[in-house]
Design a protein around this ligand. Structure first.
Ligand code: SAM
Ligand code: SF4
Length: 315
């Protein structure tokens, strides 16, 4: 379907839970999520109905996210049912990888084609600090499990944070040298969490200053793609703060509590919880058609209007 500004919307990100086994400082508060009633969240059948409607409206790519999607007990069943829908030719998942050793093979069998894994540092102490609860070795084991499971593509997402991991750019980029893994540096987005000062919000261009040997290979979605000499994988730069990509935005989001979010950084939400097929479909059509043209500029001083933390949206 095409929105009123002429953008073709082909990509839906579904958050299946706002819960997480980590507490990344840029994503959620230290004390976790406010407990919601089970019946406030979308059921598995509602998630599948939403995915079916999306596919009928021209969505062909679905990404499962969270919170941490792998803490959801029925995650494999959800992925399997979405993968079977006509019109969905790409199903991917974004995870912190901690539970991948147990689940990677089942997800691959369920039809998940691609996995994005969050990893912001290769230093054990810094990993424990940024995730508040995590152990680096668990995430690294998860990456190995993803490689063993044979996904079509594995990408690492690294949130670039000034004063935290800008001294690790070369080391993180080196992960692409001998493995066919893409590593994408994502600019820190200013959400409700107030853990970071202005110095933390650095532009992705510092990656190009640190790695002048990178060669540009073109755009892939919203990511500028580069490669180190002789590397198997690529380096991506995703710059939502220094270079918003609203004009090319092809996505909408569905939160775990059943709100369609036509724009990540807007307060606007359209509830589809508890609706019949027809009612749900007409809300989808409205959400897509009325997708805002753009969002306000983001900066250290100007936080997102989303009014939710990232674990409650899905990133
Ligand atoms: N738990 C999964 C994970 O961490 O990959 C999926 C959900 S997480 C909300 C999705 C993505 O959002 C992750 O790659 C995370 O790094 C990113 N993210 C969360 N908060 C962010 C922020 N404030 N700025 C930039 N990226 C953020
Ligand atoms: Fe959890 Fe992912 Fe948010 Fe980290 S970024 S707290 S792993 S949802």
């Amino acid at each position: 379907m095409i929105d009123k500004f002429g953008r073709q919307i082909t990509y839906l990100r579904i958050s299946v839970t706002d819960k997480c086994n980590l507490r990344c400082r840029y994503c959620m508060p230290a004390d976790g999520v406010c407990k919601k009633q089970h019946d406030e969240m979308l059921s598995e059948d509602e998630i599948i109905q939403a995915a079916r409607i999306a596919s009928e409206l021209g969505i062909n790519k679905i990404r499962i996210t969270g919170g941490e999607p792998l803490v959801k007990k029925n995650i494999v069943s959800i992925c399997k049912r979405i993968a079977r829908l006509d019109g969905i030719n790409d199903i991917a998942i974004t995870t912190n990888a901690v539970l991948l050793p147990d689940k990677a093979a089942m997800l691959r069998d369920a039809g998940v084609r691609r996995v994005n894994i969050s990893l912001d540092t290769l230093d054990e102490k810094k990993y424990a600090d940024i995730t508040r609860l995590g152990r680096l070795e668990d995430a690294l084991r998860g990456i190995d499990a993803a490689l063993d499971a044979g996904f079509e593509k594995i990408k690492i997402n690294t949130v670039l944070i000034g004063g935290f991991n800008d001294d690790e750019i070369e080391r993180l980029a080196a992960l692409t040298l001998d493995k066919d893994i893409d590593l994408r540096f994502i600019e820190l987005m200013p959400m409700l969490t107030d853990e970071f000062d202005a110095k933390a919000f650095v532009k992705n261009d510092i990656v190009l200053d640190k790695l002048p040997e990178l060669s540009f290979e073109g755009m892939e979605g919203v990511s500028r793609m580069y490669r180190l000499p002789h590397a198997k994988g690529r380096i991506g730069l995703i710059s939502p703060v220094s270079c918003a990509f609203c004009a090319e935005c092809n996505r909408i989001r569905l939160t775990a509590d059943g709100k369609l979010k036509p724009c990540l950084h807007s307060k606007e939400e359209i509830s589809i919880k508890g609706l019949s097929y027809d009612e749900m479909k007409s809300r989808f059509i409205k959400a897509i058609f009325d997708k805002p043209e753009n969002h306000k500029e983001l900066s250290a001083e100007s936080i997102s209007d989303a009014d939710r933390n990232m674990n409650q949206i899905g990133g």
